[in-house]
Design a protein around this ligand. Structure first.
Ligand code: TYM
Length: 341
């Protein structure tokens, strides 16, 4: 059985995932993605991308992009992603990402992209800038994954429609060119795959101003939590609460130890502890987990040369895999022009 498991791992080893450098990383990125990546980097061949071409599909400040990339890389390292174990890379440094995206565009019906929920949401949020990149975003994401023939993609729940689309693109491509070039990538979802924002309603998201950032100080964390939405039915301190509908309780489940979770659950239901006490315990626990990460982010941000070396190394390693895949792709689509050799 153990051998079988080992064999399966050997056959299905490759993982790709990425985060857009569109601002500082928040605890949704950490719990939905990075924390899960840490558990995978020992057992699989992992490639962790900083997907900067995705980040420019919405309005952004060009002067800030470089700092955001450095910030994202520093956060990856500070959380514990190890460049000795996996590849850390910057998407735009491997030109095959956009090249493959173009080829995949030719097998992707426009109607598939029009129905993607994030495209609809983003078109509403950025109504003055509904550009082709915004619509084509999931095809570039499919290219990121397929370029490395990744078998698994660990992501938060919001990315599941994109992954489904990647699988549809794989089926289309393999069927159209009568070759099994790409495997169908599967998702890996963690318990923190859908972290709600401090408004208690929407997904935690940089664009909604409802985040706790990895770099937030102890004071910032408390300031944000103290005004965060709890069970709306609980008006007075002694009203019995409903932990099952309270976002603060969901966060306890992700940051607190078993005995504290039980304590706040019972106390909330009985009305014996108030929301403020519950939030204070949570603030302590979030700070306990984030404080070493915060310190390391600051350390790494002050070592841009170290980050540069890691990303250069990542570029070389990913390029090697990417070029092999592209050879197969050119063959399949008939672009292995012999007369030019
Ligand atoms: P992005 O940059 O929006 O988010 C990065 C990762 O963080 C997860 N995430 C969350 N998880 C739980 N709760 C939340 N509130 C929350 N907010 C964000 C996301 O699910 C994601 O895993 N399209 C992707 C980036 C991408 C990518 C890829 C991912 C580009 N190419 C290839 C995987 C494979 C995105 O916009 O993620």
């Amino acid at each position: 059985m153990a051998k079988e498991k080992e064999k399966k791992r050997e056959d299905n080893r490759r993982i790709f995932s990425g985060i857009q450098p569109s601002g500082r990383l928040h605890i949704g990125n950490y719990l939905g993605a990075i924390k899960n990546w840490l558990t995978l980097q020992d057992d699989f061949d992992c490639i962790w991308g900083i997907v900067d071409y995705h980040a420019i599909t919405v309005r952004y400040e060009p002067k800030e992009l470089e700092d955001r990339v450095i910030d994202c890389a520093a956060s990856y390292l500070a959380c514990g992603l190890d460049p000795e174990k996996s590849i850390l890379m910057l998407q735009s440094t491997v030109k095959e990402h956009t090249e493959l995206a173009w080829i995949l565009n030719t097998v992707t019906p426009v109607s598939w992209l029009e129905r993607v929920p994030t495209f609809k949401d983003k078109s509403r949020q950025h109504s003055s800038n509904v550009n082709m990149g915004l619509m084509d975003y999931p095809v570039l994401m499919a290219a990121d994954i397929l370029l490395y023939k990744a078998n698994y993609v660990p992501v938060g729940e919001d990315q599941l429609p994109h992954l489904e689309l990647s699988r549809e693109i794989v089926r289309r491509f393999n069927h159209r060119f009568k070759e099994e070039v790409f495997p169908e990538p599967k998702d890996i979802i963690s318990s923190g795959a859908n972290v709600k924002g401090l408004d208690g309603k929407n997904k935690m998201s940089k664009s909604l101003n409802n985040c706790i950032f990895l770099e937030d100080s102890k004071e910032d964390i408390w300031k944000k939590l103290s005004t965060a939405v709890t069970d709306p039915q609980r008006v007075r301190k002694n009203d019995p609460g409903r932990p099952e509908v309270c976002n603060i309780f969901s966060l306890h489940k992700l940051f607190s130890e078993e005995d504290k979770i039980e304590y706040v659950k019972k106390g909330c239901k009985a009305g014996s502890i108030g929301c403020l006490e519950c939030k204070k315990i949570l603030a302590e626990n979030i700070n306990k987990e984030l404080s070493p990460i915060r310190d390391k982010i600051n350390e790494y941000k002050n070592k841009p040369d170290y980050i540069k070396d890691i990303l250069w190394d990542g570029k070389k390693k990913s390029e090697k895999i990417a070029r092999e895949t592209m050879k197969e792709v050119y063959n399949s689509i008939g672009k292995q022009y012999k007369f030019l050799e």
